[in-house]
Design a protein around this ligand. Structure first.
Ligand SMILES: C[S@@+](CC[C@H](N)C(=O)[O-])C[C@H]1O[C@@H](n2cnc3c(N)ncnc32)[C@H](O)[C@@H]1O
Length: 258
């Protein structure tokens, strides 16, 4: 079974989400194992954890995880998933209803080794302030993991679908419509690189996520296991390889707290 996909909460498990979660998981694990000794129990904050896919995965891997989520319904889903876990894992997870912009209300600066902010920046009016607050929560040498929509590739999905009007609009835009039809922000590698340098968590590594499969319909299910493995291997390779990663639908940026 694939590590991130093996324990998906109800309501998830479609192909698009599976690819995103699995590829991000592999990339994140690579950054973590590159920085910390194997077996070290890390303190991890997942800001805007949603249904908690990564939070629960990391707790299962032995880490101590705090999930912060603004939406009570998603928090409930995460709590339900957590309740089915063995006691040893449940004890390592703390779930909090709260705003990622107000981490100072809940935690002391420097209290985490890894902070995740996956799929959240697109909903932020003031992304730099959000990121600065999250970076403050990191201990020196800690890892900030960001997943954002890639504004430099917004023409790709409509273009590959033959929607030329949409493709032309994509070149000019840093806004896109999410799967629920909501217009949200997209970000550029260059500007986020500057932001991370400005908040003392300079970029250490970056990846693309969903290079080949962004056009897959939201409702598409999983292919057979072997086919899914090959698809993920191709996506993982593209996500770390130039020039492919440059036009990925999502960017995964990892900054390290100085
Ligand atoms: C697209 S989902 C991503 C969920 C999860 N991080 C993932 O990658 O699967 C965005 C999540 O961020 C949450 N969110 C957005 N803004 C937030 C904020 N300021 N504070 C806390 N959570 C927030 C939303 O409620 C939602 O659950």
């Amino acid at each position: 079974m694939l590590p991130a996909v093996a324990h998906w909460p109800t309501g998830h498990g479609g192909l698009r989400d599976t690819i995103r979660q699995e590829i991000v998981a592999r990339q994140l694990d690579e950054r973590i194992t590159g920085r910390y000794p194997v077996g070290q129990r890390l303190r991890i904050l997942d800001a805007g954890m949603g249904a908690g896919t990564q939070a629960l995965r990391l707790a299962r891997a032995g880490h101590t995880v705090t999930g912060l989520e603004a939406d009570p319904e998603l928090l409930k889903t995460a709590r339900e998933s957590l309740s089915t876990e063995p006691a040893g894992i449940r004890e390592r997870v703390r779930l909090i209803e709260g705003d990622g912009r107000e981490t100072g209300v809940h935690f002391l600066p420097g209290s985490f080794d890894v902070v995740l902010c996956h799929g959240v920046l697109m909903y932020a009016d003031e992304p730099d302030a959000l990121l600065a607050g999250l970076a403050r929560m990191l201990a020196p040498g800690g890892l900030l993991s960001l997943v954002v929509r890639n504004a430099d590739a917004l023409a790709m999905r409509p273009g590959l679908a033959g929607d030329w009007t949409g493709a032309l609009a994509g070149f000019e835009s840093d806004v896109y419509q999410d799967d629920d039809g909501v217009k949200v922000r997209a970000d550029r590698l260059e500007s986020l690189t500057a932001t991370l340098a400005g908040i003392a968590a300079p970029l250490d590594a970056w990846y693309g996520v969903r290079v080949f499969t962004d056009g897959v319909p939201a409702e598409a299910g999983l292919p057979a296991a072997e086919e899914l493995e090959r698809l993920l291997a191709a996506e993982e390779r593209a996500g770390r390889t130039d020039p492919y990663r440059r036009v990925a639908a999502l960017l995964h940026l990892c900054g390290v707290r100085g």
